[in-house]
Ligand binder design. Sequence first.
Ligand code: ATP
Ligand code: MG
Length: 287
Amino acid sequence: MKQVSQQKIIFVTGKGGVGKSAVAAGIALKQARASRKTLLVELGYQSFYEDYFHLEKVGYQAQNLKPNLDLALWSGPECLKEYARHLLKVESLYRLFFENSVTKALIQVAPGLAELAILGKVTSHPRRVGPPLNYDCIVIDAFATGHFLALLRAPHGMAEAIRFGPMGDQSRSIEKILKDPQMCEYFVVSFPEELPVVEGIELWQGIYDIVKQKPVHIFNRVLDPAEAAMNAKAPALEPFQKYLAKVSTAETNLYNQLKMQGEVHTLPQVFSVDAWDVVSQIAEALP
Ligand SMILES: Nc1ncnc2c1ncn2[C@@H]1O[C@H](COP(=O)(O)OP(=O)(O)OP(=O)(O)O)[C@@H](O)[C@H]1O
Ligand SMILES: [Mg+2]
């Protein structure tokens, strides 16, 4: 098997509906096209990409999507189960602990446990824990705003609660990786409307407060009024040109607000209903 370079872990978050999944897939596709073995991961129980890319079934085990690009769906309980299997080694012991209703219920309610398990899996390769995750790059189509901050807070919370033993050690090692700019990058997606931008700015600060890393803003679905349309001299076009100019000014104002926090990548509104077309054009527009 090809040895991979130092693995990069990229988190993509933002307000609901801003294009997190499309952007995450675009980032992953760009990496794959650059010959980096890439895993695109969605979090939770329900796959979005299954419908989006017309796939038969998306599950915990990675499946191939495109050259150098795999896809998987990771839920908290499944990540925890895999970890426990690896830790306990003996299958019957594993069943005793995990295949009973009390433990199942505990996993659902224990604060931060599902989140910790997910981040444990996400960071398993650099920590050399669990089955190998042989990818150059892992791109996480992560939770939206509040849930994403809860995810990032989980290791620190757990390390505070359990100071000794393997659980505390694991939590601290996960936290260390999340804070390492050589390993993890954070992208906050928004689009040119007041609410997503305000939420994006708050989320940027929230991430910075937890991991002390500056995320990159992705300003998605920006309408770039074609120069030709703006400069055309036709009276019938005037109201439309005025409208476009207004949109453009509003977009610039919102862009400038994001820019005050640092790096911003702008992505165009893609005019296509084909998912791969959208994702592919996003990949091409990324710097
Ligand atoms: N730049 C773009 N150009 C055109 N369409 C886009 C662009 N970005 C996203 N979309 C489309 O917008 C829709 C919503 O995007 P997406 O599902 O990625 O958002 P999301 O933030 O992941 O949503 P959710 O919060 O529900 O997970 C999708 O149909 C997607 O194809
Ligand atoms: Mg999504």
